[in-house]
Design a protein around this ligand. Structure first.
Ligand SMILES: [Zn+2]
Length: 294
């Protein structure tokens, strides 16, 4: 019996050593590999499995939206998965949607964002937080940002909200593209600039930014920013694309749109170094924000 205990302890130590030693880009890429091509339900199950392995508690918040379009009843059901760390009065929200566009394997959109949020939880779970932080895996972003809307209605107290950081499209290139810069991130921008400087990453910011869950927060004038890692020049191209009403005609086509929402959104197009950039940038941003709460 005693020997069994010793063996168990050794194997536990060995497995935690392997996790601790795995380079962050490998850890991030492994998550994308696991999530791509999975069904909607399986994507949620994968996240919960990973949280179980980390020994991190979470809550699930299911929702069901019933609407009528002419004679048809449309039901959209989903489930947000939320990990809450820290106990401060003010709250930071870090979110990535985990649903994928219909029939797309969803590696970059948004397996990449999910991988980064999972890694942040894994590495920051024992940190001393001056704020409370909700790490959210939003469902049904591709259905009019439904998951984040439900989250806001269920969990947000505007007076306690400090900032929302949205991660969507993190897997290609080496340019940190942030936005939409404007009245809803007056507090955050100082820390964004500081994080870019600290990491030495090229930062491209625009007031026009592609649609994602940050928009639900913007609708309620809640402080928010979205972060993507994109190929060089894509920040400008994406911003022009949004300005052009999401039409690519007569403008330079953003490179990320080549595979997004298609059958080709696979891990073979994902660069581990891009995922690492997203992780490091967001990690630094969270550290700076946390220090501001001392
Ligand atoms: Zn997306």
């Amino acid at each position: 019996m005693k020997r069994l205990w010793i063996l168990l302890i050794i194997s536990l130590l060995a497995s935690s050593f392997v996790i601790a030693q795995m380079p962050i880009e490998n850890e991030l890429y492994a998550s994308v590999l696991s999530i791509e091509g999975k069904t909607h339900i399986e994507r949620g199950e994968f996240i919960k499995e990973q949280l179980h392995k980390m020994g991190v508690g979470y809550v699930t918040a299911p929702f069901k939206n019933i609407s009528r379009v002419k004679m048809d009843t449309i039901i959209i059901a989903g489930e947000n998965i939320i990990v809450r760390l820290g106990q401060g009065t003010k709250r930071i929200v870090v979110g990535a949607h985990y649903d994928a566009f219909k029939d797309s394997p969803g590696a970059n959109d948004n397996g990449s964002g999910v991988a980064v949020v999972l890694a942040l939880i894994q590495h920051l779970q024992n940190m001393e937080w001056n704020y409370s932080v909700d790490f959210c895996f939003f469902d049904q972003e591709e259905a009019n940002l439904m998951g984040s809307m439900y989250y806001i209605n269920q969990f947000i107290i505007p007076q306690k909200h400090l900032a929302m950081i949205n991660l969507d499209i993190e897997g290609t290139g080496d340019e940190v593209f942030i936005g939409p810069v404007g009245s809803n991130n007056r507090f955050l921008m100082r820390y964004i600039h500081e994080a870019a400087q600290k990491n030495g990453f090229p930062l491209v910011e625009h007031s026009e930014y592609p649609s994602s869950d940050y928009m639900s927060f913007a609708e309620y004038n809640l402080e928010n920013i979205s972060i993507s890692i994109v190929p060089k020049g894509d920040g400008d191209r994406l911003s022009k694309y949004v300005h052009n009403g999401y039409k690519a005609d007569s403008i330079d086509m953003p490179k990320v749109l080549g595979v997004m929402h298609t059958l080709y959104d696979r891990s073979s197009f994902i660069a581990p170094a891009s995922l690492k950039m997203s992780y490091e940038f967001t990690n630094t941003l969270l550290m700076l924000l946390n220090e501001s709460g001392k």
